[in-house]
Design a protein around this ligand. Structure first.
Ligand SMILES: [Cu+2]
Length: 146
């Protein structure tokens, strides 16, 4: 009995994986569920720039106006990893500032989250660090519906 139940569960799992599962999930959950199901998009602050958290480091020449694509409801996290900023005793750290929202303040601690946010409307949103905007520490979040 137990074995046949396991086989049934495994078969259901395969059938579920083979089916176009995303639309089914979207239909069976409430409107707040997709935000939890989506992977968190992580952006790092490094070399006085913003770039993908999966990169070893940001490029001070390539990552000005760094672009990040997310979908509506997807959480975005900015993480401090800037050893270049650490090397300057006068570096204030970094903040994340949009025209209509911003981090609570500056962050200067390895691995710390500078800011977390979610966009509920599709569009393009520019952001920057107020201290280093003029040096090129600027980015853009492109939010699409799906
Ligand atoms: Cu900064």
């Amino acid at each position: 009995m137990r074995r046949s139940r396991q086989v049934l569960v495994a078969a259901c799992g395969l059938a579920f994986a083979a089916a176009t599962s995303v639309p089914v999930l979207a239909q069976t959950h409430s409107t707040s569920a997709p935000a939890r199901a989506l992977a968190v998009k992580k952006i790092q602050a490094d070399n006085f720039r913003w770039c993908k958290a999966s990169k070893a480091s940001c490029s001070s020449t390539e990552d000005t106006n760094h672009r990040t694509h997310v979908v509506v409801g997807q959480k975005i996290k900015w993480i401090y990893r800037d050893t270049a900023c650490d090397a300057y005793s006068i570096c204030p750290g970094h903040n994340v500032t949009f025209a209509g929202r911003h981090s609570a303040g500056d962050t200067r601690m390895q691995g710390a989250v500078i800011y977390t946010t979610v966009f509920h409307k599709a569009g393009t949103y520019n952001y920057w660090c107020t201290h280093h905007k003029s040096e090129g520490m600027t980015g853009r979040i492109v939010v699409t519906k799906s």
